[in-house]
Design a protein around this ligand. Structure first.
Ligand code: SOE
Length: 412
């Protein structure tokens, strides 16, 4: 699948030509939603950005031989494997990209790092703090051999959130007071949605908390530039039993044809709400749910500082809203920055000014940042240590929710 190189050592790209660097041979484990998204990132990145190394889609791995061959064909991978250990053992793989459910992250990542591969691992880093600690120790061991590990919090790679990060680092907000974050989806509102792996603790670790909460904890800490010092939480599972995925039982509609009449127990949270305090004393609130009817992928964050505020909504991801509180009061107010210009993060490589990007570009940017870190031999961000810290926040949320310790019931 190597891109043809001309005699002059350049290759055609979407936007012109780019030098062909030495290959960075990728092996991916998993081929469902995230596998497809990461494949798109690896396939595209060398055609858009000038990179010191050129990603090659060398091999993709999954347990179902027919399905993984189809995925290889569809996404442009040269080889298909059915055993991740065989993938790691290949000497034509430099970097292992883990796109499986959380229950296999630790085993695959530790084995890959110990075998001398670089690793990219989907979020959340693991299903428990203990697993994340083992992964972080493996990343530290690998660092001694110039191998690096990154966790895939792709929402850091939206140009608008990267611009927010730059503006906050420049001090445009001053001392931070509030961070308000929600991640709202609605794909579980149907009580007959089947009991897939995301609803089972043994596979997913937790529910909305790990799936969506991990993203907003990472983004909030990344933008605030500091970690959370403590949390107080409530979690809830609204629908406790759901149809088991299995033999077709009814032909009522396409979404129900794969369910059985038997129901199984949902063993994760459906929603998580928590408040938190950053180490500086800034206060934060978080909400992660799959029951926000009508909200599809609404990751919203607002930060208020002593000199200004920033606001972002993933459903309008080319926009960043900024209130500059140092402007004269008679003209100050939130204004929209259209984050589509060559001066904005990542955008000098894309289209002419004013041309919008989307969700899938975050995976291209993630691949770019990782290739640069590999070539420069530096620990990428977010590192496994960053992923571990998020895992600790998730564990604290579960602990607080289980204890109900600071939740004060109100008499009715
Ligand atoms: C499903 O809730 C999901 O696909 C998450 O797993 C992703 O991490 C998020 O980016 C979009 O929603």
């Amino acid at each position: 699948t190597a891109t043809p190189t001309s005699a002059a050592g350049t290759r055609p790209t979407a936007l012109g030509t780019a030098p062909a660097g030495p290959p960075l041979r990728i092996g991916m484990v998993g081929y469902a939603f995230m596998g497809a998204a990461h494949s798109q990132g690896w396939r595209t990145v060398g055609h858009v950005f000038d990179l010191p190394r050129t990603p090659h889609l060398t091999a993709i791995c999954g347990r179902d031989a027919t399905a993984v061959r189809a995925a290889a064909e569809r996404h442009g991978w040269a080889h298909a494997e059915t055993d991740w250990r065989a993938l790691i053992a290949r000497d034509d793989i430099d970097l292992v990209d883990i796109c499986t459910p959380g229950d296999s992250h630790a085993e695959i990542a530790v084995a890959a790092l110990d075998a001398g591969k670089h690793v990219l691992c989907e979020k959340p880093l693991a299903n428990s703090v203990a697993e994340a600690e083992a992964m972080t120790r493996a990343a530290e061991r690998a660092r001694a051999h110039d191998r690096i590990a990154m966790v895939g919090f792709n929402y850091r790679r939206v140009p608008a959130t990267a611009l927010a990060h730059r503006m906050i680092a420049e001090g445009r907000l001053g001392t931070l007071r509030h961070v308000r974050v929600t991640y709202l989806q609605d794909w579980l509102t149907d009580p007959d949605f089947p009991l897939t792996w995301r609803l089972r603790r043994e596979h997913a670790g937790s529910g909305s908390l790990g799936d969506l909460g991990a993203h907003i904890v990472d983004l909030a800490q990344y933008l605030a530039g500091e970690p959370l010092a403590g949390v107080s939480a409530l979690t809830e599972t609204f629908v406790r039993h759901r149809p088991l995925p299995g033999t077709p039982t009814t032909g009522l509609n396409a979404s129900r044809t794969l369910h059985t009449v038997d129901r199984g127990q949902v063993t994760v949270d459906d929603a998580a709400l928590f408040t938190g305090r950053f180490t500086s004393g800034a206060l934060a609130s978080f909400e992660a749910t799959r029951y926000a009817t009508g909200r599809k992928n609404a990751l919203r964050i607002e930060l208020n500082g002593e000199h200004g505020s920033l606001a972002f909504d993933l459903e309008r991801l080319n926009e960043l809203w900024f209130h500059d509180g140092t402007e004269p009061a008679d003209r100050a107010g939130f204004r929209r920055i259209l984050v589509t210009e060559p001066d904005h993060p990542y955008l000098d490589a894309w289209w002419p000014p004013g041309h919008a990007l989307g969700y899938e570009h975050t995976f291209v940017h993630q691949a770019r940042d990782l290739v640069l870190a590999v070539a420069e031999g530096r620990t990428p961000e977010p590192s496994f240590a960053d992923g571990l810290q998020v895992q600790r926040v998730l564990a604290a949320v579960e602990e607080s929710a289980a204890k109900n310790s600071v939740y004060t019931p109100i008499a009715v």
